[in-house]
Design a protein around this ligand. Structure first.
Ligand SMILES: Nc1ncnc2c1ncn2[C@@H]1O[C@H](COP(=O)(O)OP(=O)(O)OP(=O)(O)O)[C@@H](O)[C@H]1O
Length: 259
């Protein structure tokens, strides 16, 4: 489906010296420290790092679900102060409306935006088909598997045509086989419809399989330890020598952090 968005430049998300401290005084906990990031249009950026290092917090700052204590997040050149429709979210647990069908969930944002029924149905159907859920339009979330619910979440995010889609470990709760399948699916969807995606994971293989660029964070408080541009051809093989070499490189960098 045509992407009608116009950008003034090719940088969609910009984090300018952002920091986050939870609490105050003796209970204060610094979780994100002085992070600078520029994420370009249609770039697939993976935020990767040790457990509990602050990945979700960083994503929540981009989403406007948390406020920075220093620095600023900009999306399309505008400061982020609260959640907004130009930032779509896909969560680890799908956060679907259980009382709405697949169609109802996918078209929800457009309905709220006042888009005419025929138009929003057409658009929602396109994304339902794209994520492989044709035939399930009238199903309720309770009848769907975990992987199918995640497909609905992805279709919903795409359907609203945000400038950036923020994904917080969307496959973290899936069994290993479904997870591999969904990684292939997101790869297929993103190559059919290029979007700017920021994707949080603590799975190294998932990171290398999907990313144009991996941002490796340090232990908490999270700072940028290293960036890796992943220019392996797509779709990638988990067992190609280049894939394994990069996995080894990032893993040894992480092992050093544990010392
Ligand atoms: N609202 C909050 N108030 C206080 N501390 C918080 C809050 N949110 C997160 N934290 C703390 O920030 C740290 C980082 O949490 P965060 O969930 O961002 O890490 P993560 O890297 O996404 O974790 P995981 O590897 O489990 O996905 C943790 O110690 C967590 O307890």
């Amino acid at each position: 489906m045509e992407n009608t968005r116009k950008l003034e430049n090719d940088c969609v998300v910009r984090c300018d010296h952002i920091g986050k401290i939870f609490g105050e005084f003796e209970t204060s906990h610094e979780v994100v420290k002085d992070i600078n990031l520029n994420i370009k249009e249609n770039e697939f950026v993976v935020i990767f790092g040790p457990g509990q290092c602050g990945k979700t917090t960083l994503l929540n700052l981009m989403a406007g679900l948390e406020q920075t204590t220093s620095g600023e997040v900009n999306v399309n050149g505008k400061p982020v102060t609260a959640p907004g429709p130009e930032r779509g979210m896909v969560y680890q647990t799908t956060a679907l409306f259980p009382w709405l069908t697949v169609m109802g969930n996918v078209e929800f944002g457009l309905k709220m935006a006042g888009v005419k029924k025929s138009k929003r149905r057409e658009r929602a159907q396109y994304y339902i088909d794209l994520v492989g859920l044709k035939g399930f339009e009238k199903s309720y979330p309770v009848k769907l598997s975990g992987g199918m619910c995640q497909r609905v979440g992805i279709a919903r995010a795409y359907c609203n045509d945000p400038s950036v889609i923020l994904m917080d470990e969307p496959f973290g709760h899936l069994d290993a086989q479904t997870r591999y399948l969904m990684e292939e699916e997101i790869e297929r969807i993103c190559s059919t419809e290029k979007r700017t995606v920021v994707f949080v994971t603590n799975n190294i293989e998932e990171a290398i399989y999907l990313a144009d660029r991996i941002i490796l964070l340090t232990n908490c408080p999270a700072t940028v330890k290293k960036e890796y541009v992943v220019d392996l051809p797509r779709p990638r093989s988990y067992v190609s020598p280049e894939f394994l070499e990069l996995r080894e490189l990032i893993t040894s960098e992480m092992d050093e952090m544990d010392l």
